[in-house]
Ligand binder design. Structure first.
Ligand code: TXA
Ligand code: MG
Length: 317
């Protein structure tokens, strides 16, 4: 990602789409229009690319992101969609509806995009430029709203540029987003479908298709770390460790803990984006090695470090 403020802003045509695909394939960030709000897109299968989304938005924690897909068969490769979820998909896709369902075993959306959850959020957007981009890219795109964390969601390319110029590699201008309101999110993780986020499709419309009332979101799903389905390491973590105690494995950062025994370094060069990209994979790897106790090196609290530290605190408790 360039450090300059000069992010190209291009209209949507074959040439700009080809450029966007090239950027996405090499792990870059492309802001693109959808029918709800502009999305900040990255290859959803690449933790490195997804880490850059969190860095660009300046998010203090790893929220799970929506994976945008081109068609229903792609959605069904990523999640286990039951009969009721499929009925909503048929009624509202492409469109401003996001379905949260158990991630498929063979799914390709990376764990960082799911914030470590065993579920995945999917949607097929209705904007022609978004669909064309997804088809050309050929895989899922993680895309939260294209604004800095805490700002309002952008409905024009100019809004995106105000927030993210210099932090994204390309902005595709497809005019004003029609809905101006994010997608409605429905969870299929519990016994009954639940409304996680009200949005561009009214609850009543969804209930009419389902033939039942939507339940309310409980603690089950919304925030990562609040659910039993959330990945928690078996190992006990000791945070901000300065050295390895006897018998401890290590989760290092910038080579602080040395390499005596089983030590995985999130980023030997001290790069927080690289560290975020490796976090979930390394926690799993330490578990796979049977590590019972893990010393975790101090992670700086700035940039993505805040989210990494937040996630580690949850994993340690
Ligand atoms: O309209 C939209 O949905 C826009 C456009 C760009 O498509 N996207 C959007 O994405 O709003 P985002 O990443 O800001 O919304 C993500 C929200 C999370 O905050 C969370 O509430 C929910 O989706 N979510 C995602 N994955 C989830 C999961 N596995 N379980 C529960 N909630 C999840
Ligand atoms: Mg948002």
């Amino acid at each position: 990602m360039s450090e300059s403020r000069a992010t190209p802003l291009l209209g949507v045509d074959d040439a700009s789409r080809a450029r966007a695909v090239e950027i996405l394939r090499t792990g870059g960030l492309v802001a693109f229009p959808t029918e709800t709000v502009y999305g900040l897109g990255a290859d959803a299968t690449s933790p490195r690319a997804v880490a850059r989304i969190y860095a660009a938005k300046g998010r203090p924690s790893f929220n799970p992101l929506i994976a945008h897909v081109a068609d229903l068969s792609a959605a069904r490769r990523e999640a286990r969609l039951g009969a009721r979820a499929l009925r909503l998909a048929e009624a509202f896709w492409p469109g401003p509806l996001t379905l949260v369902a158990p991630a498929a075993l063979e799914g390709s959306v990376c764990e960082l995009a799911r914030a470590g959850l065993a579920s995945v959020a999917l949607r097929i957007p209705a904007h022609p430029a978004a669909l064309a981009l997804l088809r050309a890219f050929g895989g899922p795109l993680a895309a939260p709203s294209a604004n800095v964390s805490g700002h309002v969601s952008p409905v024009t390319a100019a809004h995106v540029a105000e927030d993210l110029a210099g932090r994204v590699d390309l902005i595709l201008d497809g005019g004003r987003a029609r809905a101006g309101l994010e997608s409605t999110i429905v969870s299929f993780l519990g016994d009954t479908p639940a409304l996680l986020r009200p949005g561009a499709i009214a609850r009543e419309e969804i209930e009419a298709v389902l033939g039942t009332r939507l339940g309310e979101a409980r603690g089950d799903v919304v925030a990562p770390g609040m659910t039993s389905a959330h990945y928690a390491p078996r190992a006990r973590l000791r945070l901000d460790a300065q050295w390895l105690e006897p018998g401890e494995a290590g989760l290092d950062f910038g080579g602080a803990l040395g390499d005596d025994g089983l030590v995985l370094d999130l980023s030997p060069g001290g790069d927080l984006i690289e560290a975020a990209a490796n976090l979930f994979a390394y926690l799993r790897e330490l578990d796979a090695h049977g590590a019972a106790r893990v010393a975790v090196a101090p992670i700086p609290a700035h940039g993505l470090g805040e989210a990494i530290r937040d996630r580690l605190r949850r994993a340690a408790s």
